[in-house]
Design a protein. Sequence first.
Length: 161
Amino acid sequence: MSAPSDLRRIAEELLIIANGQATSDNSHQSARSGELSELELIRLAKTLYQMRRLRGRHFDESLFGEPAWDIILDLFVEKLSGRKTLTKGICAASQAADATALRWIANLAEAGLVLREDDQTDRRRVYVSLSPRGEVAVRCYLREVSEHLRAVGTPVLMLVG
């Protein structure tokens, strides 16, 4: 690893630690607000992904080009499920043309939201994962979504159960 990538990884780990500290500092508040478990976070991310897919039944999908969001949601689910994801799988999850999906993966990597890692046994394959920064961002987003759903009286567990 080079010094800049080492520094970036350390900075991302500090971000995770800082986020974890903020969460533990507010643990009493989180318990009262019904903080989502890892499984519930996975289910909510999957539900949001599936809800996006439903649009295709009623609208021309070319109106809603968001492969980056589909990629991020899929990588979040895979990471929390403990699975490694190949570029090919991410391209399929994005439901975009491979060239488009690869371009979005590159954009997300440049933005520091995803990491790419060559397969050590087969150099033709590349694994893609959420970066620590990307994971923190998705977790924060899902928490806020669940808070908004609760605010309008939608039981999140019903939605993700």
